[in-house]
Design a protein around this ligand. Structure first.
Ligand SMILES: [Mg+2]
Length: 189
């Protein structure tokens, strides 16, 4: 089954300056759940790769983070959207697993037996694009969350090409349209 990888904050849920420490802090970005449901409908597994250093900093516990993710999974399921694994890096200092390194994305690819080149990663920060680059995944930046600011600051040349879309819904629609287009031009049996 093909795989689609998403950052969490600024892509699926609205960023909070004080981070999301409890289910009450979760607010879905408009259209995100419906976009994930469209991916599921097109046969995609969808997983999340998120840095959550607040745990190592002691600002929240692993149990609180788990509760947030259980609630997020339920909120999405209520809208017909199925999220598989939510991979988290809860370290505070840079590790090979933490974005902008590729470890967490590679772990997701291995878990699902997916090919990097066929697995887009959608993020709202340059570190997401760097992690996707190092993992060999196609890179998508959305303007939600911190995405607009990332574009204003400029993207490093080496992470190009980057597909830029207004939000996850637009990114998913463009991807599914592309796939359908490729099927149309492929030679028949
Ligand atoms: Mg983000």
């Amino acid at each position: 089954m093909p795989l689609f990888l998403l950052d969490r904050d600024g892509v699926v849920v609205v960023n909070r300056k004080d981070n999301i420490k409890a289910p009450a802090g979760l607010k879905l970005i408009a259209g995100a759940a419906e976009a994930i449901a469209r991916l599921n409908g097109a046969g995609f597994d969808v997983a999340i790769c998120t840095n959550q250093p607040e745990v190592a900093r002691g600002a929240m516990s692993q149990a609180e983070l788990d509760a947030v993710h259980e609630a997020l999974t339920s909120m999405l399921a209520a809208k017909g959207a199925r999220i598989g694994r939510i991979l988290c890096c809860t370290c505070e200092c840079k590790t090979p697993r933490m974005k902008p390194a590729a470890g967490m994305l590679r772990e997701a690819l291995a878990t699902y037996g997916a090919r990097a080149a066929d697995t887009p990663f959608v993020g709202d920060q340059v570190d997401d694009l760097k992690a996707a680059f190092h993992a060999g995944c196609p890179r998508i930046l959305v303007r939600t969350g911190l995405g607009r600011r990332a574009l204003e600051d400029g993207l490093p040349q080496y992470v190009e090409p980057v597909a830029v879309h207004d939000d996850l819904a637009a990114a998913v629609d463009a991807h599914l349209r592309n796939l359908a287009g490729r099927r149309d031009i492929s030679p028949g049996p």
